[in-house]
Design a binder for this molecule. Structure first.
Ligand SMILES: Nc1ncnc2c1ncn2[C@@H]1O[C@H](COP(=O)(O)OP(=O)(O)OP(=O)(O)O)[C@@H](O)[C@H]1O
Ligand SMILES: [Mg+2]
Length: 288
């Protein structure tokens, strides 16, 4: 159902800021309504992470065409920070570490920033304990509750952000941030990579526990198996910067069985072309 709470992406074209004439995304149309889970699958280098970054306003990308609207706002005109205060959230494919900053402080700052709301309510100043922001007590209770939901050890909160974290721990931290921030639009980039099967299940259970009629989810994944746990409303296949096919859950099963070959061919793309596109970019240039 379409409403102003539906994220509407129309003809979105995106290029790297360093090479604005080389478009990665060449016209993406997508609508994600509250309560829906959209899965995006696609070969390496097809532009999935670029889509996630462009939606969040990453400075390494420029928008070369199209529009994104949500909750009555022109999302593309907003800063990344404002998008986050509006209720958008991105779980990174490759989260960075911040030695010296504890998980608890990090998440509390993020939550306080989010609590300021889109128009930065002047009565709320996260740096002033008397002016709103969440109290330490309430914050601790919230963290405890969310960590229990994600089956995380409490000691996790005092560790430094992603410092020495295993792949699975990094992904859990992304999930914990999401759980505490309670976004209305969550973009999860390959949250299953680097997870063993038990951790995958825990993350998926976490996402499922967070699903609610007000939350739209865009989950980017390579693996059908994640979709055994997080059941998508729609599956999209992204290739060469376009959505070449959309369908139900069975599309993911079909991909697992036959690979991308048949779908690429049906869309008039050769598998070789996709590989070339992936190889021809200089990975050192990609800002992660
Ligand atoms: N900042 C950048 N500068 C230059 N090229 C980039 C940049 N970001 C992405 N690219 C290129 O754009 C293409 C798409 O990259 P992207 O990371 O979006 O793919 P992906 O679908 O997420 O791949 P994967 O499945 O491996 O995660 C790749 O060829 C990549 O090298
Ligand atoms: Mg990616």
């Amino acid at each position: 159902m379409s409403s102003d709470k539906t994220l509407v992406i129309r003809g979105l074209r995106v290029a790297p800021s360093a090479k604005p004439d080389r478009e990665i995304l060449k016209g993406i149309d997508l609508e994600v309504s509250p309560g829906e889970v959209h899965a995006i699958m696609g070969p390496n280098g097809s532009g999935k992470t670029t889509l996630a970054y462009a939606l969040m306003g990453h400075p390494a990308y420029v928008i070369t065409g199209g529009s994104v609207t949500w909750k009555g706002h022109d999302v593309l005109a907003m800063s990344a920070d404002k998008r986050s205060r509006l209720g958008m959230f991105l779980a990174f494919q490759y989260p960075t570490s911040i030695p010296g900053l504890s998980v608890a402080s990090f998440i509390r700052s993020a939550l306080n920033a989010r609590l300021q709301g889109i128009d930065r309510n002047p009565d709320v100043d996260p740096t002033d304990p008397l002016k709103g922001g969440i109290s330490m007590r309430d914050f601790r209770a919230k963290m405890r509750q969310k960590m229990a939901m994600l089956k995380m050890d409490e000691g996790f909160a005092s560790r430094y952000v992603n410092d020495g974290f295993s792949g699975g721990e990094k992904k859990r931290l992304e999930m914990l941030q999401m759980a505490v921030l309670e976004p209305e639009m969550a973009i999860l980039d390959e949250t299953d990579s680097g997870l063993d099967i038990d951790a995958l299940r825990i993350v998926a259970e976490g996402v499922n526990a967070m699903l609610n009629p007000n939350l739209g989810v865009l989950v980017i994944t390579h693996y059908q198996r994640l979709l055994d746990y997080i059941v998508p409303s729609v599956v999209h296949v992204l290739a060469a910067g376009r959505i070449i096919k959309s369908g139900g859950r069975e599309l993911a099963l079909e991909l697992e069985k036959d690979g991308y070959g048949p779908i690429l061919e049906a869309a008039g793309l050769s598998a070789a072309l996709i590989d070339d596109a992936a190889l021809d970019a200089d990975p050192a240039e990609a800002v992660r």
